[in-house]
Design a protein. Structure first.
Length: 183
């Protein structure tokens, strides 16, 4: 194969995952199994807690994306406990607040994502799936701030606990720890 053709294939491959790190099958399976176990635990506990307090809302769909970060790339700053808990919670509060003041979804939905991003930057808790929380809240016309506590905050905490237990049992340090200073 001529070098020009080989280089063209290489350049094109970049746009189809060529920039993704190579991951062993052991790590792929560890991550996938962690998400399975972690989300199953969160779902069971959240459903139980929802039944206890009489709420139908006991799960946020964006938790699947949060699980990807927590179980597949637990070392990422965006997978750390404060990022997951703070990011998801502030985005829920933003979405609920906008539902009270803006009735037009063509304004409230992009504003919800934008304000959530701004809030996450200000609170140093960037978590990409949290931007979806604002959309979920706005599209669901959720008006009660209780939703930010349960299921959003509770689900986020349960996911972090499951992630910490699973990752540490399978050889991945989680959460990140601050560097130690040598004196």
């Amino acid at each position: 194969m001529p070098a020009e053709v080989k280089n063209a294939f290489k350049r094109c491959a970049f746009y189809f995952g060529g920039d993704q790190a190579q991951v062993s099958w052991q790590e792929k399976l560890r991550s996938a199994f962690g998400a399975l176990i972690g989300l199953a635990l969160v779902l069971v506990l959240a459903k139980y807690l929802g039944d206890l307090n009489g709420t139908n809302e006991w799960l946020i769909a964006s938790l699947g994306a949060s699980a990807l970060l927590v179980f597949a790339i637990p070392q990422s700053p965006m997978a750390q406990p404060w990022a997951v808990i703070g990011g998801n919670s502030i985005s829920a509060v933003v979405g609920i607040t906008l539902n009270h003041f803006v009735s037009e979804p063509f304004i409230s939905m992009p504003a919800g994502v934008a304000l959530s991003i701004l809030g996450m930057f200000c609170l140093r808790c960037l978590h990409p799936p949290a931007a979806a929380v604002a959309l979920i809240v706005i599209s669901g016309q959720i008006l009660h701030y209780r939703f930010a506590l349960f299921p959003v905050l509770v689900d986020s905490v349960l996911l972090i606990v499951a992630g910490a237990i699973y990752n540490n049992l399978t050889g991945k340090r989680y959460p990140n720890r601050p560097p130690t200073s040598a004196h």
